[in-house]
Design a protein around this ligand. Structure first.
Ligand code: ADP
Length: 579
């Protein structure tokens, strides 16, 4: 990951050209679309986000892709009925290759969604990840053994040398060779700067970047004699409380040199034997673009089914443990994600942001999965046949899960008005009766019985006026288990918003599986233990878990009023794409 890459430095004009070219193909979607920007010149945009009252046409959710170089994002958005927009302020979903800045968050409206969380470096920088997962491994040695022992050499060099020396002496006493280690720059990706060594004296610091050293998985599971790893995609749609999904399809990426009997002095520098990165192996003349079930890049389901065919229960037990280690990894940093998010948007539940993560997972010869790395900008390039199908489908599934048709600004504003009226009425009636006021701000307000008729009449007018604006919800994916419930897409306040959101998700999971919150009580209890420990290790002042609250009434002005120090909490993170 290069710290000097930032989305602001992306050649926006290049991507604007791309979008303009695409615009003609999206005219059908944009026709009659009130949210389609009137101006392409940002200087002509008002600073005020969508002003729906000024627009009378049919509302269509939009996607802003000015700051991504991946055309597949726009294709996927259009594939589920989103219209492209170049507006810097007036959009429903924004996808950008760089990290989200605090300033961007401060200017977001509650009906907008952006594809990064602040503070994701706690999971996706090698050194932060090492510190976070090592702490949890110390607390839960068996449950967190999926994280290979790792040392951040800036601080742990002495500890590493002591450990490696003791291990080497113990193994020598039993006539066995020393263990192998892998050194990785903490701020690089795509295999850059990685090397293997077995003698601790061989470790070299690098003046340009910090290094982490990790125990090398010397006996990985091989397929056809080659080392491979799996790119598994996870999606966070909300951080507080956490909502986490894992995608059933991904990649199996193969090394292009046979693994033989494993690391040795005469092969330690053969990167195409030891590293499975696509970016490394595609340069080899032995790289084969053989489609989904052959060659150097295959699908995840092919690999799991291949293991099934060998009697290893790849699609069952192995897949379940992969989902489990993904959940455990993310639970480790959930308190920090929630804390930083709350700093930027105190009334939010973290669903202003979503994040696609790419987990690099390797199986050892005993079929145990290990997490090697987590990427917060997994590559979306579509260079092989496998990529094309996988990535567009993945993005379409993400956009559907975000329920874009529920993000109609008019509805949010109408709901705000309704709640304001309810609060007003409640305060006057309760001051008369001295009863406690109903909860209002963060969650669906409970309606005072007497107020209902008047408010219902007013809102019925608004509802019927807006019904014509409502686009049909995106079609449910083919393998959706049941028809979409109306609760999450219409404006009638659901009796339990958590149930409504869960019902919508369940109907629109597509190839995603929900892994958090988990459905079975035993897993839920286990995850609560990890989460509680992560909170105490982090020393965060975590509030009790929040209930789902779709109403986030905070305005940019509210947020901008917070101290600058608070606003700076998430600045400075940078994303590089990885595969
Ligand atoms: P990068 O960000 O540079 O891709 P990774 O941590 O993903 O760094 O490592 C690159 C590749 O090196 C992985 O895809 C995997 O094949 C191999 N690798 C990394 N760590 C280990 C390990 N601990 N044991 C075995 N192989 C590893």
């Amino acid at each position: 990951m290069t710290r000097d890459m930032h989305f602001n430095s992306l050649p926006v004009s290049k991507y604007s050209t791309m979008i303009s070219a695409k615009r003609s193909s999206s005219t059908i979607f944009a026709a009659g679309n009130a949210a389609t920007p009137r101006h392409t010149d940002p200087s002509k945009q008002t600073a005020t986000p969508t002003s729906p009252s000024a627009r009378k046409g049919k509302w269509t959710p939009t996607i802003q892709v000015e700051n991504t170089k991946h055309s597949v994002v726009l294709r996927a958005g259009e594939g589920i009925g989103l219209s492209a927009t170049t507006s810097p302020t007036d959009w429903t979903i924004q996808w950008q290759d760089g990290v989200v800045t605090v300033d961007q968050l401060l200017h977001m409206r509650p009906w907008q969604r952006i594809n990064h969380f602040p503070a994701m470096h706690h999971l996706c920088h090698k050194d932060y990840l090492a510190r976070n997962l090592t702490k949890m491994r110390n607390e839960f040695p068996r449950e967190y053994a999926f994280w290979p022992r790792t040392w951040c050499m800036r601080t742990d060099a002495v500890a590493f040398k002591a450990y490696a020396g003791a291990r080497a002496r113990a193994r020598a006493a039993r006539g066995r060779p020393p263990r192998w280690y892998i050194a990785k720059p903490d701020s690089k990706s795509r295999g850059i700067g990685i090397y293997l060594f077995s003698d601790p004296a061989e470790f070299q610091t690098n003046p340009e970047y910090e290094m982490v050293v990790q125990q090398y998985i010397e006996r990985p599971l091989l397929i056809e004699g080659y080392k491979f790893d799996m790119r598994v995609y996870a999606l966070i749609t909300q951080c507080d409380p956490l909502r986490l999904f894992v995608y059933k399809e991904g990649l199996a990426r193969f090394a292009t040199e046979p693994y033989g009997t494993g690391p040795a002095l005469d092969n330690q520098s053969q990167i195409c034997m030891h590293l499975t990165n696509y970016s490394v192996n595609k340069r080899s003349t032995k790289f084969v673009d053989g489609g989904a079930d052959g060659g150097s890049k295959r699908t995840l389901t092919w690999a799991l089914e291949y293991l099934d065919s060998l009697g290893h229960d790849g699609s069952g037990a192995i897949w379940t443990s992969i989902k489990d280690i993904i959940a455990k990894s993310i639970l480790t940093v959930q308190p920090e994600l929630a804390r930083v998010f709350r700093t930027c948007a105190p009334n939010g539940d973290g669903s202003l942001c979503f994040e696609l993560l790419g987990f690099d997972v390797i199986l050892d010869h005993k079929l145990r999965p290990f997490v090697l790395e987590i990427n917060h900008s997994p590559s979306l390039s579509c260079e092989t046949a496998v990529d094309h199908k996988l990535k567009q489908g993945l993005l379409e599934n993400i956009f559907r899960l975000l329920n874009p048709t529920s993000l109609n600004p008019r509805k949010w504003m109408r709901r705000d008005r309704k709640q304001a009226k309810q609060r007003l009425y409640a305060s006057s009636s309760t001051s008369a009766t001295a009863a406690p006021p109903p909860a209002a701000a963060n969650g669906p307000a409970s309606k005072p019985a007497a107020a209902a008729p008047i408010l219902a009449d007013n809102d019925a007018d608004l509802d019927s006026a807006d019904e014509a604006d409502e686009p049909s919800p995106p079609p449910a994916p083919r393998d959706a288990p049941s028809p979409a419930p109306a609760a999450a897409t219409d404006d009638s306040a659901p009796s339990d918003p958590l149930d409504a959101a869960t019902a919508y998700e369940t109907a629109h999971l597509g190839l995603f599986e929900r892994v958090y919150p988990p459905s079975d009580p035993a897993t839920a209890a286990r995850y609560t233990t990890y989460l509680t420990t992560a909170q105490s290790l982090r020393g965060c002042d975590i509030e009790p878990a929040r209930t789902f609250a779709p109403e986030r009434g905070e305005t940019a002005a509210d947020a901008a009023g917070r101290p600058a120090a608070a606003r700076g909490a998430a600045a400075g993170d940078v994303v590089d794409e990885r595969e």
